[in-house]
Write a protein that binds this ligand. Structure first.
Ligand code: GUN
Length: 286
């Protein structure tokens, strides 16, 4: 058996195309969606991610405000910058690119963003609302994964979903969204014993650990849906996921590639959240 490919790039393109008329309607009504992106320091990978986000905004008519701050920026300066953006009614979404330099307390900074502008879904209020099953903004990567499952018509309800990884950005919210969709969810992580015994039970396996080739063919149930969230670099500098794609694709029923899988969907869901934020503002102002 060869797995069918979940084409995140195509799904992202279709989803973004669907946003264009919404952005146009908002803009015509004087509510052009605006996303502010803050990059602190000069991490080259973060710079690439941020550039991609800014370009994705511009491609569909969302206004983007990019701020680059030096690595030595103080907490007070960064908090003051976020506070200005919170007060700016032309800004609907605020994203602070992570990781931050070590002297800055990322969680404290994230909590300073107004929760109704937290289009990244990382504010404690948004994490809590997702936990309650009443999300305001879903964390972008897990949200994108749910859309990928939806796109293949996968019946998530009642399935056993195994999430590898327990980060606040991906693993935990992923588990909550799958649970809200009535999956039976197991979260596995670096301290989990006999990982393969657990992953082999998965009807849906989401790998979000950050370790290349962690998921091998013997760890996958035949026919399972395998979604690879990993973004690792090969020694040659190429992007690679957490899943041994070539081997696993002969066991799985569906598989998402890296690149071209989850990555484009993460940025797309950031755009979706930003457009939703602007639509809420427009409604509130009406
Ligand atoms: N760094 C890597 N991915 C992300 C993301 O989705 N949001 C933020 N804020 N930082 C990131």
């Amino acid at each position: 058996m060869t797995a069918r490919i979940i084409d995140g790039k195509a799904l992202a393109a279709a989803t973004r195309a669907g946003l264009v008329p919404r952005v146009q309607a908002l803009t015509a009504a004087g509510h052009q969606p605006g996303l502010a992106v803050i990059l602190v320091g000069d991490d080259p990978a973060s710079a690439v991610y941020v550039r991609n986000k800014v370009k994705a905004c511009e491609d569909i008519g969302i206004r983007s405000l990019m701020t680059r701050l030096p690595a030595e920026t103080t907490e007070a300066d960064l908090l003051a910058h976020v506070a200005r953006l919170n007060a700016d009614t032309s800004v609907h979404g605020i994203l602070v690119q992570l990781p931050l330099p070590r002297h800055l307390d990322a969680q404290k900074i994230l909590e300073t963003i107004a929760f109704d502008k937290d289009v990244d879904g990382l504010h404690a209020t948004n994490a809590g609302l997702t936990l309650m099953g009443t999300p305001h903004f879903r964390s972008c990567t897990p949200y994108g994964v749910m859309k990928m499952l939806e796109s293949i018509g996968y019946p998530v309800a009642g399935c056993h979903a195994v999430v590898l990884g327990r980060s606040n950005m991906v693993g935990k919210p992923m588990a909550m969204l799958l649970l809200a969709a009535n999956a039976t969810v197991t979260i596995a992580h670096s301290k989990t014993r006999d990982l393969g015994a657990i992953t082999r039970q998965a009807d849906v396996l989401v790998a979000a650990v950050g370790r290349r080739n962690l998921v091998t063919a013997d760890m996958v149930k035949p026919g399972a849906v395998v979604i690879d969230v990993g973004t690792n670099r090969t020694p040659e500098g190429k992007l690679a996921g957490d899943v041994d794609f070539e081997a696993v694709k002969s066991v799985a029923g569906w598989i998402s590639p890296v690149p071209g899988g989850v990555g484009p969907m993460t940025i797309t869901m950031l755009l979706v959240n930003t457009v939703e934020a602007a639509e809420r503002r427009r409604q509130a102002a009406a």
